[in-house]
Design a protein around this ligand. Structure first.
Ligand code: HEM
Length: 367
């Protein structure tokens, strides 16, 4: 749509389909005390409400600096923008006295084996994810939110990403050339989203305010593309368990065919070590480990050694970080793909419930 509705039980960006352009901003709060933090969250909400709806920026007269950068022209277009606000574990330290309302599973992201984390691009008090189909809409939103909140928070790290259009059809492709997101749970199935994405307040030790929110795992995963591009197609496909061309499982013929793990009558099979098989064994009791992945590509230019810096901005929403993301990530330790990837950054966050109406604000339930 041209504009996603800002108000609701949930933030619109969680279930929205992946858009072409994104920016993830991790921020540290510099506002002082509870009142400072409340004022910051109110300002963020007010800006997001305006930017996601679009409209005419406030007129401040000809001598003052304009209230809007003008990057989108005199009239701000909504441009299909979504903005998702999430909180990190460090927000619940001694500064604001919020320890007792911390989402039960929220914590600093650990190092997994094979990780090569640069801690300067991990974690943060807040995470803001902007998404739209056009880069200028994302860049404009980044700029307008930061200029309105300069006194209350500072940028810790930023990661931009993009998604491909259908190539030639179906799910967007990652920079290894494979369709990424095919087997996601159906986001239009409200009952399933209640089991896999949304936190229920009061349940599983979660504070009441967290109802309608969701855990967001972010991983910046570099792809060693120079090595990858030397691997034969057959081996690439065995590594994922899917065909590169159309994304079908190696036991099927169309992208959305269900993979089956027993050898099928014509002798096709999916290796035990294949990424999809390890990530989702499809055995009884593992159904509730599924998560809602929203993958983006990044292109960071070139590193100090002259190698291409490209990869995946992996993001996934979870009802329970441990039961879903952490369990699956642990199972993926030492999968064959690890020779071609290197996780370098990210963090765990909790996407707060939506702002219900024009007098509500994101994070209000924390206080
Ligand atoms: C599936 C790529 C990292 C979890 C897939 C698929 C591809 C892929 C091509 C098959 C298509 C699909 O269903 O989306 C990658 C690449 C990664 C990566 C290139 C790193 C650079 C991860 C991580 C996790 C993960 C870190 C979670 C810890 C999953 C899951 C599935 C999946 C749950 C769906 C399996 C299914 O239900 O069939 N991935 N992935 N992936 N991946 Fe990854």
């Amino acid at each position: 749509p041209a504009a996603f509705s800002f108000h609701g039980t949930h933030q619109a960006g969680v279930l929205a389909p992946v858009r072409r352009s994104t920016a993830l901003l991790a921020l540290d709060v510099t506002a002082q005390g509870v009142d400072g933090l409340k004022a910051l969250l109110q300002t963020i909400t007010e800006r997001l409400r305006f930017l996601t709806a679009g409209g005419t920026p406030q007129e401040l007269g000809i001598t003052a600096a304009p209230s809007d950068s003008g990057v989108l022209g005199p009239e701000v277009v909504a441009g299909g923008l979504t903005a998702t606000l999430a909180v990190g574990a460090s927000l619940f330290d001694e500064r604001f006295g919020l320890a007792s309302v911390k989402p039960a599973k929220l914590r600093t992201m650990e190092d997994f084996p094979n990780d090569d984390l640069d801690r300067s691009i991990c974690d943060g008090d807040l995470l803001l994810q902007f998404e739209a189909d056009d880069n200028d809409v994302v860049v404009h939103a980044v700029r307008e939110v930061l200029r309105a909140t300069r006194a209350g928070m500072q940028l810790r790290w930023r990661q931009d990403g993009f998604a491909s259009p259908p190539r030639p059809s179906g799910t967007p492709r990652n920079l290894m050339g494979f369709k990424d997101g095919t087997a996601n749970p159906d986001r239009t199935d409200a009952k399933l989203m209640d089991q896999l994405v949304w936190v229920h307040g009061g349940a599983r030790g979660e504070p009441a305010w967290a109802a309608g929110g969701s855990y967001l795992a972010v991983r910046k995963i570099r792809m060693l593309v120079e090595f990858w591009d030397r691997v034969g197609i057959e081996e690439q496909q065995q590594m994922f368990g899917r065909y590169k061309g159309n994304g079908a499982p190696l036991t099927g013929s169309a992208e959305h065919d269900d993979p089956h793990y027993e050898r099928d009558p014509n002798g096709d099979s999916i290796p035990l070590s294949a990424h999809i098989r390890v990530a989702n064994p499809r055995t009884p009791g593992t159904e509730d480990q599924r998560m809602l992945r929203r993958a983006f590509n990044y292109d960071g230019g070139v590193d100090a050694n002259g190698n291409l810096d490209q990869g995946l901005v992996f993001t996934a929403f979870n009802q329970d970080l441990e039961r879903q993301f952490v369990t699956v990530q642990k199972r993926l330790i030492d999968e064959p793909l690890v020779d071609y990837i290197s996780p370098v950054g990210g963090g765990y966050f909790f996407a707060v419930p939506g702002a219900k109406n024009s007098s509500d604000w994101l994070g209000k339930g924390l206080f």
